[in-house]
Design a protein around this ligand. Structure first.
Ligand code: DHK
Length: 146
């Protein structure tokens, strides 16, 4: 079995650390990548962190994950609330999927309360800050028996 976990990130998360730090915190996506790589090494998992502002690119990465990855941690960002295409792509992936939101979306605007991706996700983590990615990785490890 593959030991690779894809950590996928949607629109605007390239600005993590600079964008609304009062909501999303001061850590950057590079910090998230470093921390997840270190945790992955402990858990015996390799991680590949990817970010795109484009829905189709995220769909393509989910298709790649079908061949390459044992699990997916995904923060779809705004696509959470809009993207049937991403949901359909994730429905073609056989391994575990954990959905992560840095902020506690249920304390925010009503339009953030609905997630298409949650119809597929095996676990959903919201409001744990960037630590949510590591929690997601630990859950993938448990589900794949790493
Ligand atoms: C990130 C975003 O960019 C928003 O569009 C989502 C999510 C919430 C987050 O909390 O990580 O609504």
């Amino acid at each position: 079995m593959s030991r690779l976990v894809f950590i996928l990130n949607g629109p605007n998360l390239n600005l993590l650390g600079k964008r609304q730090p009062e909501i999303y915190g001061a850590e950057t996506l590079a910090d998230v990548e470093r921390d997840c790589a270190a945790l992955g090494a402990e858990l015996g998992l390799e991680v590949r962190l990817l970010q795109s502002n484009h829905e189709g690119q995220l769909v393509d990465w989910v298709h790649e994950a079908r061949e390459a990855a044992c699990g997916i941690v995904i923060n779809p960002a705004a696509l959470t609330h809009t993207s049937v295409a991403l949901l359909d792509a994730l429905n073609t992936f056989e391994g575990p999927v954990v959905e992560v939101h840095i902020s506690q979306v249920h304390k925010r605007e009503a339009f953030r309360h609905h997630s298409y991706v949650s119809l597929r996700a095996d676990a959903v983590i919201a409001g744990a800050g960037t630590q949510g990615y590591q929690l997601g990785l630990r859950r993938i490890a448990a589900l794949v028996g790493a």
